[in-house]
Write a protein that binds this ligand. Structure first.
Ligand code: CO
Length: 470
């Protein structure tokens, strides 16, 4: 039997188009639409292997639910990084934690023209009707949701070469907000706003000497929240590309975590405060109550989680994966005083989802769906799905022997009376069968409703979204 970690961090076997996947169980009638997911499809090229979970070359997956049946297709995201890997058998662009093997001549050349990857592998968004694969470097790739073929390149900020964008834009009606970090002689964080048919607009700008690695940000009805963990970089080392992207960042806990609050209507910085050092990838919800700004994050005491995703460490299986904690922060955006925080649920989680479409910026939200690590076992990767109840602090768990689930996308029942009336969709790697299945869970009691079996394994992925129409 091939080990799950060998399969899930290997190479995808084939690009498939399947009209109907074998299905056990019965899908609810209201589950109609398309789940699009992004994630790695290749970790090994002929000459060189990628080293980190966030390095794999992007592959798109599509599950369409219609009339109680599920169809499936998968395809590598067409981009230069993938073409080079396929045609030349080599890594030609800098990924998150792996650089191409440079000769001295290349090294001299690359210093003047270092290439970030164009393999946008982390998330998917529908931006003003266009489907876009999102990656942390500046380039994002538009694709056709029918065929999964690439259409072209999309960028928030076309003038500057060296900047990164989060893969978690916030959407309000038809307006898209995102945070970019520009590296330069003067570096800055920039909140950008995109309205339909308009060029990107700058909402707020914050100068910074040593920018932090920031994967997401918070947005409430009136504020934009920039949480700056003390995991920072000297911008020169990004500009001159001393090491693979993430290895240029250093943990400086003595700085604490700085929190910047901007009024998102006029762009002004209304508050800046500092709290204990911590690290996070994901903001959850943010909302306002009685003059307080409240925002939730999945936090870690330090950025060890990034090291924990090196494939050598996952495969060695001798260290546990750190679990993120759902922590709630409170501050007064217009008055004095700092920020306070408390842990809402102590189950270790990551890749958190909630009912964003209905409850974004709404403080009544109660349930978060994530992947997590079974504390009773020594696992170096995620092996359960967790439903966290933010009100009681309790958690419901789905797990199955030798199974490794991915992000559980929440899909609400359109006739729902309760927040957790819906289903969670998660691609699960089944080690014993050497394949993957799409699990459909009842979000309320976490019982299995159905599973659709894919005839080959799907590598461990990141984010995706469900669309009623594509
Ligand atoms: Co993310």
């Amino acid at each position: 039997m091939r080990k799950a970690y060998e399969i899930g961090f290997g190479n995808s076997e084939q690009e498939l188009v399947i009209d109907q996947l074998p299905l056990s169980g019965t899908l609810p009638e209201w589950v109609q639409g398309t789940l699009l997911r992004n994630g790695p499809g290749m970790f090994n090229t002929g000459e060189q292997n990628l080293r980190h979970w966030f390095d794999g070359l992007a592959m798109l997956h599509k599950f369409t639910f219609r009339g109680g049946k599920v169809s499936y297709a998968n395809k590598f995201l067409e981009c230069n990084a993938y073409e080079e890997a396929k045609e030349e058998g080599k890594i030609a662009y800098s990924e998150f934690a792996t650089d191409p093997c440079y000769t001295l001549f290349d090294r001299v050349k690359e210093v003047f023209n270092p290439g970030f990857t164009d393999s946008a592998k982390v998330n998917i968004a529908k931006l003003h009707g266009q489907f876009v694969a999102l990656g942390e470097p500046s380039l994002q790739v538009e694709f056709d949701p029918e065929t999964l073929e690439s259409v072209g390149v999309f960028a928030y900020d076309t003038k500057v070469k060296r900047h990164v964008t989060t893969v978690h834009p916030h959407l309000e009606d038809d307006t898209i907000f995102n945070l970019t970090t520009r590296f330069g002689r003067v570096s800055n964080y920039r909140f950008m706003k995109l309205e339909r048919e308009q060029p990107p607009q700058l909402v707020s700008k914050q100068r910074v000497k040593e920018p932090a690695y920031i994967h997401s940000f918070g947005m409430s009805p009136n504020y934009l929240i920039l949480t700056e963990y003390p995991f920072v970089v000297n911008p020169l080392s990004i500009l001159f590309h001393a090491k693979p992207f993430i290895e240029n960042y250093k943990w400086k806990p003595e700085r604490g975590t700085r929190i910047f609050i901007f009024n998102r209507h006029n762009g002004k910085l209304v508050k800046q405060t500092v709290t204990d050092p911590f690290f996070a990838f994901h903001h959850l919800n943010a909302f306002e109550q009685n003059g307080e700004l409240i925002f939730d994050l999945v936090t870690y005491p330090d950025p060890e989680i990034i090291d924990a995703f090196y494939l050598d460490r996952i495969k060695a299986d001798d260290k546990k994966l750190p679990g993120g904690e759902i922590r709630r922060f409170r501050l007064n955006p217009n008055g004095k005083g700092g920020v306070t925080s408390e842990i809402l649920c102590d189950e270790g989680v990551e890749l958190p989802r909630f009912d964003y479409d209905s409850l974004n910026m709404d403080g009544s939200y109660r349930y978060v769906y994530s992947i997590g690590v079974n504390r009773e076992k020594k696992n170096s990767f995620y092996d359960q799905i967790v439903k966290s109840d933010l009100k009681t602090g309790k958690a419901k768990i789905w797990k199955e022997e030798n199974c490794f689930p991915g992000e559980p996308v929440f899909l609400p029942n359109p006739d729902a009376k309760r927040e957790d009336d819906g289903v969670n969709l998660s691609i699960v790697l089944d080690e014993a069968n050497g394949s993957s299945f799409l699990l459909v869970l009842n979000s309320s009691d976490f019982s299995e409703i159905a599973r659709a079996t894919i005839p080959q394994p799907v590598l461990f992925g990141y984010h995706g979204n469900f669309y009623k129409t594509i």
